[in-house]
Every structure is written in C-alpha cells, then in structure tokens.
Design a protein around this ligand. Structure first.
Ligand code: DHB
Length: 391
C-alpha cells in the first residue's frame, strides 16, 4: 500500500515536472568562467547576461535536472582561468565548463577538459585552432577567419587593390591577418604592410601613421571586442578619416556594445560578422527586446549570442542524453545540432565541433538616431575556412 502511494506521488510529481517528494532533484552545475573585471569586462558582461536570459526564458530544469550556473571571474588571466576550471571540476563537480573570453583563456583549459572528460563550451574565443586542442571543445562563438575571408572577398569586389593590415598581436589577430591576406592576394590584391599591435594597453597611433604613409585604399583591422573604440579615436586624431583611406575589418571593430559612442566618423565603415544587434529577424527582435529589458542601457553584441547559444547547446544536449551527464555522451549529442539563433540559422559541425553560421556584410548607419551595423549581404552556412582548407 505504502509503496503504491509513494509510486503515485512520484508519478504525479513527474507529470507536474516537479522534483519527486523526498528525493532531491539532481543539480547539474555549469562552470561559467569569464572576464568580469579588467580590460575585457564587456565580453564577460555580455555573455553572463545572455546566459542568464536564456535560463530565465527556458527555466532552470532540463531532462529532470536542475541547472545551476557557477560564475567565476578570471579577469582575462589564463593562469587564473586554468586554476578556476580545476577547482570547478574537482570541488564543484561541474558537468560543463563554459565561457572563455579570449583565446589564451580557452587554450589554457583544453587539456583539463580532455583529462576530466568535461565538455568545454567556447562562447567567445575565436582562433581556429581551439577546437583541435581537445575532443571536448565545442564552440558556439565564431572563428575569426569566418569573417576575415568574407571581408576579403568584399574588398576584391569593391575595387580595393592595396591594403594595410593592422591586428592585435596574439593568436586571433594572426588568424585575421593570414586569412585575409591569403584570400585577398589570391585574387590579385596587394598587402602594403602588415602591422601588429600589442594586445595589452595598445597605442595604435604610431601604427596608424605607418598605415597612412603606405597610402593604401583601405586599412583592414582586427582588434578584440571592446578595443575598436580606441582605434576609432586615434584614427580620427590622426585625421585618417580625411585621407581617403577606407576602414574595413571583421565586425569586432564595430562591436555593437561600444558602437554608439563612435560618432559620425564611423558612418560607412564596412565589416563582415556573424551578428548585429540590428539583424532583422523576428527571433532577434524578440532577443534584443528581452536582453535590453533585463539589462537596461545595454544592447546585445556578437559575444552575447555565443553565451545564449552556448546555453541552448547545453540544454539540448542534456535533453538528448535524457539528463545523463557523461561527457562523451554529451559531446556526441552536441555534434550536428542545428537551430535558429538570434543571429540566424546555426549548426555544430559534427566533424570539427565548430560552429557553422551565416556571415553578413554590414555598413555602419544611423537607425532611429543610433549607430548600427546594418546588414546588406549574406554568406550562408560558412564553416571555419582554416579547418576546411586542411581537409
Ligand atoms: C577573441 C576575442 C575577442 O574579443 C574577439 O572579438 C575575437 C577573438 C579571442 O581572443 O579569441
């Protein structure tokens, strides 16, 4: 009798989607490691806000498990990222490691993901090689080369013949330089100079002067999210806006988070990227409205969608495994998943575990008085061109 009523109670609770009485609902922890302070704070804030929004919208229970985010601030320091990841795995028993605001931070954790067999969801970092450093890495952000080759094609078609490249001197900058150069020179374009600027405390002024002296048709720039504002300021201070040199780049340059502060000089800058706040789909309009409501004064940028979609990936993988948290089963469940993101249709390439997504060409314009990246051409289902070329 007793047994029967307990079964009934369990069944009723299961139907209602509630935890069974007397049985604690199992919690699945997601360790979210982001730069929440320091020079890359905007990346951390965008991703944390988007991950929380996803959970608000979809509830904290998936496949009978309660999802708990454990947010840690690595300040952008790779040693700290690694130590926090170790603590999260060993002490907190997290079943997912997620976040990773910069390439060195993602690379520092990949060996641990392999050893601990814990999926590492890269929500921000964009160097091509990252997914090859562990079979447990799955990426929901982007690869820098995805955008670099698309803007190179645009430059060729737009009668840009001579370019100076200017990139942050670390792995994604090197990817940005190489992918652009290969694509542009293969079509007959000329690279007049290749300039690399330190990642920390960059002073672009001397490099901008060298760029101006080379008299290119365009200056192609890659800097990480947030740094575009300094480039723009120093570009204007040197009067380069009046030199006839066009400013082009991957969309990291005209990051929607900081673009409103650029001023009219930014009008007409052409970039290629995976996401714009102004992306006109109904899904994105709803996303921007919800994000802005939950985070007054902020608008979602391309980093935010990496966080939002990263949570979707985690939720869908758990649904597919029926709530099982075996790392290999979770990664297997993630391969080939496809869905509609606020950025457009996306998928996880089952071979590379990297993201496949549209890349849009955009122009900075005023929309309702505010500066926006307005998309005007779409390259569909772009795979990471670096890994595609290796095959
Ligand atoms: C990386 C960081 C960024 O902020 C960005 O816009 C692109 C790439 C990175 O470190 O991989």
């Amino acid at each position: 009798m007793l047994r029967k009523s307990l079964l009934m109670a369990l069944a009723t609770a299961a139907l209602a989607g509630l935890p069974a009485p007397g049985l604690a609902q199992e919690t699945v922890k997601v360790g979210l490691i982001l730069p929440m302070t320091g020079p890359f704070t905007s990346t951390g804030k965008q991703i944390a806000a988007a991950a929380r929004l996803y959970m608000q919208e979809h509830g904290a229970t998936v496949a009978g498990k309660k999802i708990e985010l454990v947010l840690k601030d690595d300040t952008g320091n790779a040693e700290l990222t690694k130590r926090l990841a170790q603590e999260l795995v060993v002490s907190e028993k997290v079943r997912f490691l997620a976040g990773f605001g910069l390439t060195p931070l993602a690379l520092a954790v990949a060996p641990l993901a392999t050893e601990a067999k814990v999926p590492q969801i890269v929500m921000a970092a964009g160097t091509s090689i990252i997914t090859e450093r562990s079979p447990f890495v799955v990426r929901t952000s982007f690869t820098v080369p995805q955008s670099a080759v698309v803007i190179a094609d645009w430059a060729v078609k737009s009668n840009v013949k001579k370019v100076v490249t200017l990139v942050s001197d670390y792995a994604p900058g090197h990817d940005a330089e190489k992918s652009f150069k290969e694509r542009f020179t293969a079509a007959g374009g000329q690279i007049a100079a290749e300039l690399r600027v330190p990642l920390q405390n960059p002073d672009f002024a001397p490099f901008l002067q060298r760029a101006a002296d080379a008299k290119p048709d365009a200056l192609y720039v890659f800097v990480p999210s947030g740094a575009g504002a300094i480039v723009m300021k120093q570009f204007l201070e040197r009067g380069l806006d009046k030199s006839g040199i066009r400013l082009i780049g991957t969309g990291d340059l005209t990051d929607d988070d900081i673009l409103p502060g650029f001023g009219d000089a930014a009008l007409g800058i052409i970039t290629a990227h995976l996401y714009a706040t102004a992306h006109p789909s109904p899904k994105n309009k709803a996303y921007v409205a919800a994000f802005s409501k939950a985070n007054p004064g902020m608008r979602p940028n391309f980093m935010s969608v990496g966080g939002y979609d990263g949570m979707h990936l985690i939720y869908e993988a758990l649904k597919k495994t029926g709530g099982k948290t075996d790392g290999e089963a979770l990664v297997a469940a993630m391969k080939g998943l496809a869905w509609e993101s606020p950025r457009g249709p996306i998928a996880i390439d089952p071979q590379t575990r990297d993201i496949v997504q549209n890349i849009y060409i955009r122009k900075v314009e005023r929309v309702n008085g505010e500066l926006h990246n307005v998309e005007f051409a779409t390259f569909e289902a772009v795979k990471d061109p670096v890994k595609a070329a290796k095959k």
